[in-house]
Design a protein around this ligand. Structure first.
Ligand code: IPE
Ligand code: IPE
Ligand code: MG
Length: 267
């Protein structure tokens, strides 16, 4: 116990071990984040570095998602939100966009059995109406077939933009006010949160951004108000169990204050 605490304090982040067992020993299972968000970035750079087409990087990124989902379930992290395609990603060349759309369909079909086995419930968050029919059908299937999953909620953000999410919430609330079901004075932070795509889930405790970019790229703007950020230069296809554990150890060393003066324990 004492050595576990000493370990957590002493070792600088850059020198965290790369050994899974050692990292696990450093983790306090009682203070794991309840919700982790991840911006799955760096697929293109990973492929280009190898002289490969960007599509190969996206495919390699699916493997990382699989590993992170598995480990989150094993550790008992209740929710994982993974950013797969933003409302801004339509600006990419049409071939890349179509490849990604096909990859979502493939993901839904190929991963279903394992997701069910691991008791994962998938929820796709984003503007589904803007997606091709085939993708919408695959999403509906994946959500329906994983409804019983109680161990981990996987929010897959597809055609997701936080500004649109907020606009959609405002529209839904405005409709209720217009119909007399809600008074303007009754709108508070709790009511507003309950109209977001992430309704019912706690805000993320930890946001992981691989590939080194120091920005949120329109992800979960409302929900990240007090989230701890972890940015790593590792590209998403190289992000696996060890990197995820390192992020969790780093998170547990943070001092969260939520604006107050107390040293609130994390998690
Ligand atoms: C993330 O990887 C995947 C999507 C945004 C769909 P990128 O494709 O953005 O990879 P980089 O940033 O170009 O390396
Ligand atoms: C963020 O990555 C979106 C996803 C990972 C889906 P981007 O590659 O689109 O972000 P920017 O353009 O670098 O901000
Ligand atoms: Mg990118």
């Amino acid at each position: 116990m004492l050595s576990r605490i000493a370990n957590r304090r002493k070792m600088p982040e850059q020198e965290l071990p790369r050994d899974e067992a050692a990292l696990r020993a450093m983790l306090n299972p009682a203070r794991l984040p309840r919700h982790v968000a991840v911006i799955m970035d760096g697929n293109g750079r990973w492929a280009v570095k190898r002289g490969l087409p960007r599509s190969v990087g996206h495919r390699a990124g699916v493997k990382s998602l699989r590993e992170v989902v598995r480990l989150a379930g094993e550790l008992g992290i209740g929710a994982l939100s993974a950013y797969a395609f933003s409302t801004e990603n339509w600006r990419r060349p049409p071939e890349e966009v179509s490849f990604l759309m096909e990859l979502f369909v493939e993901y839904a079909e190929r991963e279903l059995a394992e997701l069910q086995r691991n008791e994962v419930r998938v929820k796709v968050i984003g503007r589904l109406e803007g997606l091709p029919e085939r993708v919408r059908e695959a999403i509906a299937m994946l959500e329906r077939e994983t409804l019983k999953g109680k161990r981990l909620t996987l929010n897959l953000a597809v055609n997701y933009g936080a500004r649109w999410e907020i606009v959609d919430a405002v529209r839904a609330i405005a409709r209720k006010v217009k119909e007399g079901k809600l008074q303007p004075e009754e709108i508070d932070e709790k009511v507003f949160s309950s109209h977001l795509y992430t309704a019912g889930l706690p805000d993320p405790d930890l946001l992981i951004r691989p590939a080194g970019e120091m920005r949120v790229s329109n992800f979960l703007l409302w929900q990240l108000a007090y989230t701890e950020f972890y940015v790593t230069p590792v590209l998403w296809p190289d992000f696996g169990r060890v990197e995820f554990l390192q992020a969790l150890v780093s998170f547990q060393r943070r001092e969260r204050r939520f604006g107050g003066l107390n040293r609130n324990p994390v998690g």
